[in-house]
Design a protein around this ligand. Structure first.
Ligand SMILES: Nc1ncnc2c1ncn2[C@@H]1O[C@H](COP(=O)(O)OP(=O)(O)OP(=O)(O)O)[C@@H](O)[C@H]1O
Ligand SMILES: [Mg+2]
Length: 282
């Protein structure tokens, strides 16, 4: 279904991600704005949560790096790594024992998982006629909503914690056949949420409704979340930031996945130089 609230709170989400306001403050500001009208930024300033100057600086920086996913970018040669990978995924999808769910992870934070999984989802759906759902299961540092310009509010944790209906949380994208389930508005007890029976049931239901589930996840270290998630999926793709991640830690990541009986479908060598903002969420 189409989620009309989609882009309304994007700015708020960017400010939460950048650590300037809390989720509770955003919720309060959204309610206040509903009463008095005006822009969300102005409401946040009026409530004293943040200065107008900080908002301007953060938005400039973050919007430049959020790289909204669109069709045009898929034609760029920069994405040949994703085309290479889709061949092996295609083989796995059409094998005798076809895979129905994929997870993208990395050894350590900020290797380009969310960037890679977004493009991979776009490429896979544009090349194959499969109903695909991209799920942001990085509940601690969600960012798929930013890549697609969607709302974080109606998402996975809202279904799991607040019993929101899943149909209210399946966001459309510009790619026909590709829907997104954003991470949702809560980020506490993430490991327990991902390991819950409710999550298992939900994944089971989504597998019935879609041909392919693609999960973005947190890094393998230092958290248990993505290891847990690997038990839901048929295959894992490991993103490695070229020239940055040490060989030993990549090997450890491979061993961790093998220990959990995770099937590694392939790797993405994220070659491009980019500035990674400092985060302390993990
Ligand atoms: N190949 C690339 N080209 C340009 N920018 C990139 C590329 N890969 C990643 N980035 C940018 O680098 C930053 C970090 O990437 P991304 O969010 O995908 O990493 P991540 O592994 O998901 O991080 P986290 O562990 O925090 O979830 C983002 O601003 C993203 O847009
Ligand atoms: Mg990410």
């Amino acid at each position: 279904m189409k989620n009309d609230s989609s882009k309304k709170d994007l700015i708020g989400q960017i400010l939460i991600n950048a650590g300037f306001i809390t989720h509770e403050q955003l919720m309060y500001a959204l309610k206040e704005r509903e009463k008095s009208g005006g822009r969300l930024g102005e409401t946040l300033v009026r409530l004293g949560y943040i200065s107008a100057q900080t908002i301007a600086t953060v938005l400039k920086k973050q919007l430049a790096s959020s790289l909204l996913v669109n069709h045009k970018m898929l034609e760029s040669p920069e994405f040949s790594e994703f085309y290479r990978l889709q061949t092996s995924i295609k083989m796995a999808l059409f094998s005798d024992d076809p895979i129905r769910s994929i997870m993208v992870t990395s050894a350590v934070p900020a290797e380009g998982k969310s960037f890679s999984v977004s493009y991979l989802a776009m490429i896979m759906t544009s090349l194959m006629n499969k109903r695909t759902l991209l799920i942001d299961a990085d509940l601690r540092r969600p960012s798929i909503h930013l890549k697609f310009g969607l709302s974080l509010i109606h998402g996975l944790t809202d279904v799991l914690v607040d019993n929101k209906k899943i149909d209210e949380c399946l966001h459309d994208t510009e790619q026909e056949n590709l829907k997104v389930l954003t991470s949702g508005s809560r980020c506490t007890n993430t490991t327990a949420l991902l390991g819950s029976q409710k999550m298992k049931n939900l994944v089971g239901e989504l597998k019935e409704r879609f041909d392919l589930l693609i999960f973005d996840s947190s890094p393998l270290y230092p958290l248990a979340d993505s290891v847990l998630l690997s038990s839901y999926v048929d295959g894992t793709i490991l993103v490695i930031k070229a020239g940055a991640t040490r060989r030993g830690i990549v090997q450890r990541a491979v061993n961790t996945l093998k220990d959990t009986k995770g099937k590694i479908l392939g790797t993405i060598l994220n070659q491009v130089e980019y500035d990674v903002p400092k985060y302390d969420y993990y």
